[in-house]
Design a protein around this ligand. Structure first.
Ligand code: AMP
Length: 282
């Protein structure tokens, strides 16, 4: 695996490889890799001649400085996992390399970045869009892989790529879960054993919501029940549970659910913020 820390060197290398008509698959990450990340790498490996992974904990997408500071980092282990996964290229820039000067660019997506994650993490998607744009410009991938776990992020990146004419095909990869259903996440590493047990409430709430929706229980009633479920467990806090149209993320209020519906949830276990989602037809 070739490892690059500098934009210039990576560009030169990939420019050369591209002349040999290689297709480049790209998996952007923030490191502390788990099987979910590795499933994106595996899909990219299966579909492209070269797979590039980036690890960059992007400061501009963190609205909470403590979250940024405590974000899990384990580069040696990540490199080992990527080597075992036969990843071809790893890009690990530092903050100075990616942000040579303080960014003045803000990217506004109208409705899409004000709701859900955007409501609770102001500025988050502008930071995501900024770093993804930079990475797309550097790597110029043929295909880029993102997890369904970050459902809203995939929508944001889709709008970004379409409106800014990035020549990249985007693919969404299904969420990998632990045996008890908890969505794999780098942040899970920070949970104590007790918190880890409690974290299952997120996936359970998604399953219950789906079941109640099929039983034609009103969305408002479902939200009340899930709120109560969270209130009954100490150390957990619900931020939102939203039933939305999976295309435009507009909330669905009525009981007659369209097939293309997604349930999105976010909240805290202790000070660790977790998100998850479930498509109705999954
Ligand atoms: P992150 O390092 O959290 O920024 O994630 C990097 C990429 O991996 C994003 O596209 C995520 O959506 C994706 N990802 C994170 N968790 C999972 C998971 N459990 N299953 C599949 N993909 C995931």
């Amino acid at each position: 695996m070739e490892i690059f820390r500098e934009i210039k060197a990576l560009r030169a290398y990939l420019g050369h490889r591209k002349k040999q008509t290689d297709t480049i698959g790209f998996v952007p990450t923030m490191g502390a890799l788990h099987q979910g990340h590795l499933s994106l790498i595996a899909q990219s490996k299966a579909e492209n001649r070269i797979t590039v992974c980036s690890i960059f904990v992007n400061p501009t997408q963190f609205n909470n400085p403590a979250d940024l500071e405590k974000y899990p980092r384990d580069l040696d282990r990540d490199i080992q996992l990527l080597r075992e996964a036969n990843c071809d290229v790893l890009f690990i820039p530092d903050v100075k390399e990616m942000y040579a000067q303080k960014s003045s660019v803000k990217i506004d997506f109208g409705y899409l970045d004000k709701i859900l994650e955007g409501e609770f993490r102001p500025g988050h998607f502008s930071g995501v869009a900024l770093v993804v744009s930079k990475l797309f410009n550097i790597v110029q991938p043929s295909v880029a892989y993102f997890g369904q776990k970050d459902f809203q992020q995939y929508k944001i990146v889709s709008v970004l790529a379409e409106e800014l004419l990035f020549e990249v095909q985007l693919k969404s990869v299904r969420t990998l879960r632990e045996p008890d259903g908890l969505a794999m996440s780098s942040r899970n590493q920070r949970l104590t054993p007790d918190q880890r047990k409690k974290a299952i409430v997120f996936y359970q709430s998604l399953l219950l919501t789906r079941q109640w929706l099929t039983e034609k229980i009103a969305v408002a009633e479902i939200i009340e029940r899930i709120k109560k479920k969270f209130e009954a467990i100490d150390d957990v806090r619900l931020e939102y549970l939203v039933v939305a149209n999976a295309e435009n993320l507009k909330p669905v209020e009525s009981v007659s659910i369209e097939p293309n519906t997604v349930i999105l949830i976010a909240g805290y276990v202790g000070e660790i913020r977790l998100i998850d989602n479930l498509l109705l037809e999954e």
